[in-house]
Design a protein around this ligand. Structure first.
Ligand code: ZN
Ligand code: ZN
Length: 228
């Protein structure tokens, strides 16, 4: 049935590479190869080299998160791919995008037995968008590595303004107290990986981290495709 559905959908909306238009795929291998990967992770604040994106000893004091793992650079073609995934709702792009994150984690060693949590969308936003782009990525990562995944543990209780036109300080204020962990026992002494598609200042990930830290989570990592 799914094959027939795919076939019919393909007649009405033919698949083509969102970058170059190559037929029968949303992202062709050539365009995927052009994504610029992060080879030397840095401290998310000061950009000093660190082994996998953890905060350096100086910046650690200002952060709740352990670090932010960033898989690639927000440049062509990745930024166009993310845009198609997020705003044009090309859901199938979650496959190659999750692969980027999976490859990154394979290179830079996971914290032991982490719980994978996507950054939640507010219910209203989820209805508009139909899927949580971060949850699809997180689920695929969890499946590949055989890890626990929970997309209901964290709730976005405030429908925050889009961060896009806000300054660093405004972003922090905007997402402060926006998140709620509804089952604290599940994070107690666990390593956590918070998955999102992109981050900018890291304020959203940090706000999730603050909530999880209340319940004694161990290491709390952010994991994103790129930094905007
Ligand atoms: Zn292409
Ligand atoms: Zn630093």
């Amino acid at each position: 049935v799914n094959k027939i559905k795919d076939f019919l959908l393909n007649l009405i909306f033919p698949k083509e590479c969102v970058i170059c238009g190559y037929e029968d795929t949303w992202l062709c291998p050539d365009c995927y190869q052009k994504i610029i990967l992060v080879k030397s992770p840095t401290c998310p604040f000061c950009k000093r080299l660190t082994s996998k994106g953890e905060f350096c000893p100086t910046c650690r004091r200002k952060a709740t998160l352990t670090g932010i793992m960033i898989a690639a650079y927000y440049e062509t073609p990745l930024k166009e791919i993310i845009h198609n995934y997020k705003y044009k709702m090309v859901k199938d792009l979650s496959e190659p995008l999750a692969d980027l994150l999976i490859n990154h984690l394979q290179k830079f060693a996971l914290p032991s037995n982490p719980l994978i949590l996507p950054v939640p969308l507010h219910q209203k936003r989820l209805k508009e968008r139909e899927f949580n782009q971060a949850a699809l990525l997180g689920k695929k990562i969890a499946d590949i590595f055989g890890l626990d995944f929970d997309d209901e543990l964290m709730i976005r209780k405030i429908n925050t303004k889009p961060q896009i036109n806000l300054s660093g300080l405004e972003r922090k204020e905007n997402v402060k107290n926006a998140f709620l962990c509804i089952n604290p026992q599940k994070v107690y002494k666990r390593n956590i990986i918070l998955v999102d598609d992109v981050c900018t200042t890291g304020a959203t990930l940090e706000a999730c981290g603050v909530e999880l830290r209340k319940y004694n989570a161990r290491q709390i990592w952010g994991l994103v495709l790129a930094r905007q």
